[in-house]
Design a binder for this molecule. Structure first.
Ligand SMILES: Nc1ncnc2c1ncn2[C@@H]1O[C@H](COP(=O)(O)OP(=O)(O)O)[C@@H](O)[C@H]1O
Ligand SMILES: [Mg+2]
Length: 282
């Protein structure tokens, strides 16, 4: 087996999706206020030792929205994702995910809820001892109840969707960084999750490849009208993917709104963050 790393441009079906192309595929969405609330974080506080990482944080994400969570490094973005997926418990406050209050769900219900949620962590690496196809199939096999044919068909569909129709039999170490992220995206979508969290999905990628990934996030979201929470410090690249933003700063929700709202704001921190994200040391 070749150990040569294929370049992104060598892959059949691998092409940059234009922003207009992605957004044209968006289904006719209802007005935001008419859509169901998929995620509600209500006055959540989280301490680590004597450090209050999140202080009465509240936010809401509605069906079909892509919400960007931005903020400096170490502000608590990953902690927030862990709280919303039940991997961490808040010290106070309430979190409702897909109509379930997390604090009140038992082990079994939580497991069922997790199957409706997709997670793409920065370090949620592919298993290097499995082929790409086996990696993408993994969450589907874990859930169970599918024939081998169902699994193979869906894996092929999801890989084609991210522009990698012919990599099933490769090993992860034969892929470029951008291709690995695409495979991660295909894997996150395999069970058709209603809500997906992306924690720094373009970490370590060059700007061009990062843009492709954010466009793909938007495209795959619009295909199935899933709801996405995207965490990144790469505001320039994430713009085409996000409908609106939540800026975490000094343990609080410092700003919430669209990019136009941010530009209309007179707040220097908001401006600085949207103008040039490295301004606050992301
Ligand atoms: N398990 C943990 N134990 C102690 N401190 C933690 C733990 N997880 C995160 N922290 C602290 O919480 C803060 C926020 O971390 P994190 O959510 O990873 O930031 P980021 O916004 O960069 O994703 C950091 O100060 C980090 O050190
Ligand atoms: Mg983080």
């Amino acid at each position: 087996m070749s150990t040569r790393r294929p370049r992104e441009t060598e892959q059949p079906g691998d092409r940059t999706l234009e922003v207009g192309e992605a957004t044209a595929l968006l289904p006719a969405l209802r007005m935001p206020e008419e859509r169901a609330t998929v995620l509600r974080v209500d006055s959540v506080t989280c301490w680590f030792g004597d450090h209050c990482v999140l202080d009465r944080v509240s936010l809401e994400v509605r069906e079909g929205e892509v919400v960007g969570i931005i903020g400096p490094g170490g502000v608590g973005k990953t902690v927030l994702v862990k709280l919303c997926t039940g991997l961490l418990e808040p010290d106070s406050g309430r979190i409702d995910v897909l109509g379930n209050e997390l604090g009140r769900t038992g082990q079994k219900d939580r497991q069922r809820l997790r199957e409706r949620i997709g997670l793409v962590f920065q370090n949620y690496a592919l298993f290097d001892f499995m082929t790409v196809g086996q990696n993408v199939a993994f969450p589907m096999l874990q859930r169970g109840g599918y024939t081998a044919e169902d699994v193979a068909t869906r894996v092929q569909e999801r890989l084609t969707e991210v522009g990698l129709p012919k990599v099933q039999h490769l090993m992860p170490n034969e892929l470029s960084g951008g291709m690995k992220k695409r495979v991660g995206l295909a894997r996150a979508n395999i069970n058709d999750p209603e809500l997906i969290f992306f924690d720094d999905p373009t970490a370590g990628l060059d700007p061009v490849t990062s843009s492709k990934i954010f466009n793909l996030i938007r495209l795959t979201q619009s295909h199935r009208n899933s709801t996405c929470v995207v965490i990144s410090h790469d505001i320039d690249r994430m713009r085409p993917a996000c409908d609106r933003y939540v800026l975490l700063y000094k343990s609080r929700v410092y700003f919430e709104g669209t990019e136009a709202d941010a530009m209309a704001s007179e707040d220097a921190v908001v401006h600085e963050f949207f103008r040039k994200n490295e301004g606050i040391g992301a």
